[in-house]
Design a protein around this ligand. Structure first.
Ligand SMILES: Cc1ncc(COP(=O)(O)O)c(C=O)c1O
Length: 442
């Protein structure tokens, strides 16, 4: 019996022993094409020599120095790199070790900002249903996925959840996409007014919803209007780009495609591409200045923030993405992936929707295409699919509860940016087999 407290205590896992470009290899020599980058993490695959070398060099020089005693050049360089490329207004970077920590830091920065500027009554958070922002308690409370929240509800802070911008299911008959965006931004404003605008601290949203909806981008104009609503009421906009950021959707920041900036942006996953655990909260000048000219001290911190080896890995990852022009590959490969998914699965009787941006694509499965009726959750279609795909040598990221936290199934694809065309064929072929095998066995 394993002494590891695994994610599932009733399941056994193959032992991963080696990475080879976009493949993971297990102890029996079996190869798995990583079409989900784990969970949208491994954007450079699993064996990038430049990143590995950068990590070796950093460990050889200095593995770690606690940030209450020192800064390090590599942390400074990574912050410079990110700020130079971040949306307008972002001026500094608070480094952490993952996505949930980035969200926690953003929430606390938002709260402290309002204390510093003399508005201590601002404490309410608004987020969206069917979102995921992490599993630590603040991040979990912020997320709007019923299934993830339910048993921990008594421990969670109070957060309002408004509708997600999920056109496949929420766009009304006869309503244009733009009108839907305006309606949902109005719903946000109504909630702000209900809480009392002077009491609201921040609105939190993923520009492209990942784990809980399966690569759902907002309709045109939605985020611009959301930004206006937040500004009108002095509320901070926190964009969670932990999954959709760092090039995944074809631009370094997903917010770029919405034409907006945010007061705080959280990133992780693709930042270090899995070579080291690292996340960050990008902080606007407004918030940094309020704290710098106020108490001068952000009352937060973890032992491993700004870890030098993690920063070295992330800097190397981001430099590789830029020097090899991989964002152009994301757009080109994303088109190729989408074309193949539409060819192979577009007319499938149980595929309701194929959506996404760049190398971030989602496929929603339905029992009936016309009515969009989901499968019975008791079937655990998503879990069966994951197993069937692994048996085909394919890693994808299926998830249940797409519609409301209970009903619905989707598959998320987030492969590395280094694929070749034949990998796209392999993904589409294996995925179709996995879907068909799973549905036949129901
Ligand atoms: C949008 C988003 N935010 C936060 C998180 C939490 O990140 P982590 O699992 O690194 O704590 C995730 C993880 O999937 C995510 O997708």
């Amino acid at each position: 019996m394993s002494h590891v407290f695994h994610r599932s205590l009733t399941q056994s896992y193959p032992t991963a022993v080696k990475g080879d470009g976009p493949y993971l290899i297990d102890s029996t020599g079996r190869r798995y094409l990583d079409a989900s980058g784990g969970a949208a993490v491994s954007c450079l695959g699993h064996s990038d020599p430049e990143v590995i070398e950068a990590i070796r060099n950093q460990v050889g020089q200095l593995a770690y120095a606690h940030t209450s005693f020192f800064t390090t050049q590599v942390m400074e360089d990574l912050a410079d790199f990110l700020v130079a490329r971040a949306p307008e207004g972002i001026e500094s970077v608070y480094f952490v070790s993952g996505g949930s920590e980035a969200v926690e830091a953003a929430l606390k920065l938002a709260r402290q900002y309002f204390i510093e500027i003399g508005q201590p009554q601002r404490k309410h958070l608004i987020a969206r249903r069917q979102s995921y922002h992490g599993n630590t308690l603040g991040a979990l409370a912020t997320g709007g996925n019923e299934w993830r929240r339910k048993q921990f509800e008594p421990l969670l802070i109070n957060v309002s959840h408004v509708s997600p911008c999920y056109a496949y299911r929420e766009q009304k008959t006869g309503e244009t996409a733009e009108a839907m965006g305006m309606r949902l931004a109005a719903e946000l404003e109504d909630e702000i007014l209900r809480l009392g605008a002077e009491n609201v601290m921040a609105f939190v949203a993923e520009p492209v919803v990942g784990a809980t909806l399966g690569a759902v981008a907002a309709v045109p104009g939605y985020f611009k209007r959301v930004r206006e609503v937040c500004d009108r009421h002095g509320i901070l906009l926190i964009l969670d780009e932990v999954m959709c950021g760092m090039g995944r959707t074809g631009t370094l920041f997903a917010a770029e495609q919405e034409g907006i900036t945010a007061d705080l942006i959280t990133i992780a996953k693709g930042l270090g591409a899995g070579y080291q655990p690292i996340g960050a909260t990008l902080v606007s000048k407004k918030i940094r200045d309020a704290i710098a000219h106020g108490s001068g001290f952000f009352q937060h911190g973890h032992t491993y923030i700004g870890h030098a080896t993690a920063c070295a890995a992330a800097l190397a990852v981001q430099q590789v993405i830029e020097s090899r022009n991989l964002l152009a590959c994301v757009n080109q490969l994303g088109e190729g992936l989408r074309t193949r998914l539409l060819d192979q699965l577009g007319n499938h009787p149980h595929v309701g929707d194929i959506r996404g941006r760049g190398l971030f694509q989602g496929i929603e499965l339905v029992a009936d295409r016309d009515s969009k009726a989901p499968f019975d959750p008791a079937l655990k279609l998503h879990a069966r699919l994951k197993k069937a795909a692994m048996a085909q040598g394919l890693m994808c990221y299926p998830m249940g509860g797409t519609v409301d936290g209970q009903y619905g199934d989707h598959i998320l694809l987030a492969p590395p940016f280094i694929l070749e065309d034949h990998h796209l064929d392999e993904i589409a072929d294996k995925l179709l087999s996995a879907v068909d095998i799973t549905l036949k066995d129901l």
